[in-house]
Design a protein around this ligand. Structure first.
Ligand code: NAP
Length: 332
């Protein structure tokens, strides 16, 4: 099968640090053209990653060789570029958070479906094999019935010029980071999420929200407590407690490619630490994306429904924070 030819929309920090190094190693994918608003930056990235072509975002989308694009602009611009890329007939791997509201997400998914292209929201962390291990331990009944999920994603305050501190670029921790613990809960709790309560605190200097606490309730009575913040010591973990045991993931959302991961399971029989081989979650995400868009099977993956499901929880959480009450999650 021919390799998927990728175009890059934005020479971002995450493209340089994680996506492009992984793309160079991924099977079934090839870097074809780098796009930037700044021609000099596009050329420098093209040189660094041995890419044959570079230019503007528009040049990437007009290139008939390109099958798929990776969008990593600030989140406020994702929807606009997703629509333009879909109209150009390109499959889309869009960085998280792909959209700011359920309405925006539904319109984008509809536009991609109408154009016959796939749309994936780039929560790369889900591809680390440690999460599949947790899933299989839960499915095998090793901790009994899951009852409680907890997660924290906290990190130091971003530098002053970072988009996360800019209200005009929809900065703040809710939009930037709360999706991680929510996505992890949706991945590991098999029941449907039914309601959410969300509280936020604000950074006095910039006005963006700098901490978010979310309580998520599920149809089987399971509860998740989720916390995301910046200006708090680094932590990136989750735990699932069940009727007869508990599983903990020490480093859940950003795992270095050269470090093993550890999953701890605690039951009446004792505590076991299971090591997971180092893995590049971006490379695994790119390979799955390419295999899916290259497949002749219409939809062998739930990219769009995963995106809409997460967005429906985030929408209800945003409303909960605004209205200071628990909010039911829209059924999809
Ligand atoms: N999956 C992950 O692990 C992960 C990690 C970090 C970030 N992210 C996500 O990736 C996206 C990018 O984050 P980042 O930290 O890499 O951002 P960044 O370094 O600030 O890059 C954003 C890029 O967007 C382009 N851009 C277009 N219009 C812009 C505007 N008006 N203002 C500023 N930049 C503009 C710029 O590229 P050009 O100048 O080349 O056009 C800029 O370099 C976000 O959605 C973020 O949440 C994901």
């Amino acid at each position: 099968m021919a390799a998927v030819q990728f175009g890059i929309i934005a020479c971002s920090s995450v493209a340089r640090r994680r996506f492009l190094p992984a793309l160079k190693l991924a099977s079934g994918a090839q870097l074809a053209r780098i796009g930037s608003r700044d021609a000099v930056k596009a050329e420098a990235f093209a040189r660094e990653f041995s890419c044959p072509k570079h230019g503007s975002y528009e040049a990437v989308l007009a290139d008939p060789q390109i099958n798929a694009v990776y969008i990593s602009t600030p989140p406020t611009l994702h929807a606009e570029w997703v629509h333009i890329a879909a109209a150009a007939g390109k499959h889309i791997l869009c960085e998280k958070p792909s959209f700011g509201s359920g309405d925006e997400a539904r319109k984008a998914v509809a536009a991609c479906r109408a154009a016959g292209v796939r749309l994936f929201e780039g929560y790369a962390f889900k591809y680390h094999p440690q999460h599949a291990l947790v899933h299989s331990l839960i499915a095998a009944g090793r901790i009994g019935t899951p009852r409680f999920f907890s997660a924290e994603f906290t990190y130091p305050r971003p530098p002053a010029n970072d988009m996360r501190l800019k209200p005009e670029l929809a900065g703040g921790v809710f939009h930037d980071s709360a999706g991680y613990p929510v996505a992890a809960a949706l991945m590991q709790i098999p029941s449907a999420s039914v309601s959410v309560q969300c509280e936020q605190s604000r950074d006095a200097a910039t006005g963006v929200d700098d901490s978010v606490a979310i309580t998520l309730k599920f149809s089987g009575g399971e509860i998740a407590h989720l916390y995301a913040a910046f200006g708090v010591n680094y932590r990136s973990r989750y735990a699932v407690a069940g009727t007869s045991g508990r599983i903990e993931v020490e480093r859940a959302f950003a795992v270095p490619t050269d470090k093993p991961a550890a999953v701890t399971i605690e039951t009446d029989s004792g505590v076991e630490k299971l090591m997971v081989e180092p893995a590049d979650q971006f490379r695994l995400m790119i390979e799955d994306f390419c295999a899916t868009i290259s497949s002749s099977v219409a939809a062998n993956n739930n990219f769009e429904s995963d995106l809409l499901r997460l967005q429906s929880v985030m929408d209800a959480a945003a409303r909960s924070a605004r209205e200071k009450r628990s909010v039911e999650i829209e059924k999809l």
